[in-house]
Write a protein that binds this ligand. Sequence first.
Ligand SMILES: *Cc1c(COP(=O)(O)O)cnc(C)c1O
Length: 368
Amino acid sequence: MLPFIDLQPVTQLVAGAARAAWDGVLERCEFVGGAGVQQLERTIAAYCGAPHAVACASGTDALVLALQAAGVTPGMHVALPNLTFWATFEAVAQLGAIPVLIDISPDDLQLDLDELRRAHETYRFGHAIVVHLYGWASNALRALRTFCREHEVCLIEDAAQAAGVELDGAPLLADAAVATLSFYPAKVIGGCMDGGAVMTGDAALAQRVRSLGNHGRATHYSYHHVGWSSRMAGLQAHYLLAVMQHADQIVADRRRLVAAYRAQLGGLAATLHGPGPGITENGYLLVLACDAPAEPIAAAFRARGIAVARTYPETIDAQAPARGRFVAVSALARSRAHVERVLNLPLYYGLPAHDLAAIVSAAREIVV
Ligand SMILES: *Cc1c(COP(=O)(O)O)cnc(C)c1O
C-alpha cells in the first residue's frame, strides 16, 4: 500500500541533530521546559512573524489556553467553522462555552465571513475561532480580522494546519491577534510527540497563557488562576528545533509536490481546491471535491493499493457529542455537502516521484 503519509523522510533529515541535542538534554536533565523550550519559542515566534510564542503540550491545549486567556468563560458564545478538526469544537466545549457553528464559503472552503456577520448580529459573541484549513486560508481573512477588531471580537486563528502559509509574501500569522499551532507529528512542522504553541502580539495575554499552562502560577507556590499542566518537554523542543532548521526545505518540497499534482490532475471529474490570490499554501493537503460521492472513489484508490484520506468525512454538527451543544444561523448546508465529496491524495515531505506518478495515473482512471 502506498501510504497517505510517511514521517520517515523528515525524521531522517533531523535524526542526527536531534540525537546530539538529546544527549545534552539527558546530561542536564532538561526534561520539562528549559533553555530548549525558550529557544523554540523564539524560533517559532520569528517564523510566524509574531512578537510572542508560548509552547504547550498540544494544539488542543493551545486553543483552550488561548480561549481562556482571552476571557472565555462558561455560557459564552464562541463562533467556529463547521468544517474543522474536532479539537476546535472540543476546546470551546471544554470551557463550557457554546459553539456558534458557521458554514464554509464555497470558493475557499474556509469560514464564511457573511455568515459570521449574521451570526454576530444574533449572538453578539466576543470570541471567534477561524481555522486555516487544508494548508491555506480564507480569501476574506483581512476583512474578517477587520470585522472582528471593529466589533471587539477576539479572533483566535487555529493555524494547526497552516505553519509556513504566506499572505502577500509575509507569514500568514504576522497580523493575527492570537493564533495557535499544533506540533502533532503529522503536521507540516511536526514534533516527535504532542506539542503546541500560542502566538500573540499581546504581551499580557502571552503571560496569561504561560501561567494558565503552568498551574496558573504566580510564583512556584502561589497562583493567579486555576490553570492546569500543559508544558512542553525538552526532548520535544530540541527535536522541533532540529525540524525548524529544515522548515523552509520541508515547506518548499510540499509546495513542489502540490504544484506537480496540480499540473497533472486537470480534467478530472472533481474540483481541485486551493488558495486564492495572495495566499501561498504550505502543501499540507491536496483537496479534491469529487463530482460524485467520494467514499466509493476512496475505496477504489485503496483497492489499487493507494491510501487516500477524507479530511473530513463528517462535519462538526454531525458528531454525536455535538448534538444539542451548539447553535447556528443556517442549516450549514455547504459544509455538509462538501464532506460527502472531499478526497485527499497522499502528500508529505519526501513523497517519491514514482509514487506521485502512480497516484496521478490511478486518479486519471478512477476520478472520471
Ligand atoms: C491537529 C489540529 C488540532 C489539534 O492539535 P493536537 O496537537 O492534535 O491537539 C486543532 N485544530 C486543527 C485544525 C488541527 O488540524
